[in-house]
Design a protein around this ligand. Structure first.
Ligand code: NAG
Ligand code: NAG
Length: 346
């Protein structure tokens, strides 16, 4: 410090202040005064999660998170008079599209500083208009994307826990597809037109055979294969078409969606057939007919069932309870989602 003592004093002071502050930060939680401070140690005993819109305007009974999902201290509510006390508020993207940005809580009263606004969306970017208007509003994202703040997939595999051994239902038919939103521009419809030239496909839904309410799993389980074709192709966008329509029906999924490597983050490589595994729909059809005649090879697509069970996400109560859990485990760090559109569309 010899050359310019005048420069030296501020440096020493800064170092002192830094050391003092670090000590304070360390001691505060130990002294029990940390609530709202740097290191809050205990999660709040009760978390109120406010649902700003009930998805698609349907009123629902709020779940008991403890009983359903083993998540304690959780109070989901759709009662807007709880706005000030809510630690998190959930906004469903589809309902933004319906109601518009003007319907956001505007204040007064002010947005409570510790409250998290959660953007919730389970549609793909192709069906999520208006993303660009939503920069800098939310604190957390909740979607099917793994890199969401709160990741809620449409389904997942978990280790088997004493459930009865898997037994393959009797299969008398070959390929099924259930589709309600028929659009000639979708890749899935174009692929179907090619594939059906080489192998018969039973189509159910608006454009095909009638499917009684609640009979999907029973119907599809008669088939060896199911076309789990997504309406659009995006990162992690793997829906109930795989989890329920195919897996719950014990039909081998033939998937059209993100690349095979993306599916393999979630399900075993030998649990599905990807359309990209074949250079053409004709080659895929030849393989399906081959498997149809080769029982041991077909059965290999079910080997994973010795180890795993399928969990189907329960829309929407599982989502609300997951937000509670996230609030309880989060610290006090502030966050704002600035790049919602570019992230979600990537
Ligand atoms: C429920 O959660 C508690 C605490 O997180 C855990 O110890 C317990 O094993 C869980 N119970 C079940 C049935 O998963
Ligand atoms: C949430 O985002 C808002 C808007 O950017 C911001 O003012 C607020 O500090 C954030 N709150 C938390 C708890 O991250």
């Amino acid at each position: 410090c010899t050359p310019h003592p005048a420069l030296c004093l501020p440096t020493v002071l800064t170092v002192c202040v830094l050391i003092f502050c670090s000590l304070c930060a360390l001691l505060t939680p130990m002294l029990g005064g940390g609530r709202g401070g740097v290191g809050r140690t205990r999660p709040p005993p009760e978390v109120t999660v406010l649902l700003w819109w009930e998805p698609f305007g349907h009123r629902r009974h709020m779940a008991d998170c403890q009983r359903r999902f083993n998540i304690s201290g959780c109070r989901p509510s759709a009662d807007r008079s709880r706005y000030q006390e809510a630690q998190a508020v959930i906004f469903h993207h589809r309902d933004f599209v319906l109601h518009g940005l003007g319907q956001l809580p505007a204040g007064p009263p002010q947005r409570p500083p510790a409250q998290r606004w959660v953007w919730m969306n389970f549609e793909s970017p192709s069906h999520s208009p208006g993303l660009r208007d939503l920069a800098g509003i939310f604190n957390w994202t909740m979607s099917y994307r793994v890199d969401s703040d709160i990741f809620v997939p449409y389904g997942y595999l978990h280790a088997r826990r004493g459930s009865p051994r898997f037994s393959l239902p009797r299969k008398t038919k070959l390929v099924a597809w259930v589709i309600s939103n028929w659009n000639e521009a979708h890749a899935r419809v174009r692929y179907y037109h090619q594939l059906r030239k080489y192998v018969p496909i039973d189509v159910y839904g608006a454009q095909g055979l009638a499917l009684e309410e609640g009979s999907m799993v029973r119907t599809v389980s008669q088939y060896k294969f199911y076309l789990a074709f997504e309406n659009s192709q995006h990162t992690d966008y793997i829906t109930e078409k795989l989890w329920r329509n195919a897996f719950k029906s014990s039909a081998v999924p033939i998937v059209l969606g993100p690349p095979r490597s993306n599916y393999e983050l979630f399900i075993p490589p030998d649990s599905f057939i990807h359309i990209d595994d074949f250079p053409s729909p004709r080659k895929l059809a030849i393989y399906l007919k081959f498997l149809d005649q080769n029982k041991p090879l077909y059965r290999r697509y079910f080997a994973w069932r010795d180890k795993y069970d399928v969990h189907m996400t329960s829309f929407w109560d599982e989502q609300y309870c997951k937000v509670c859990e996230a609030v309880r485990t989060a610290g006090d760090q502030l966050k704002t989602i600035q790049n919602l559109a570019s992230w979600f569309e990537s």
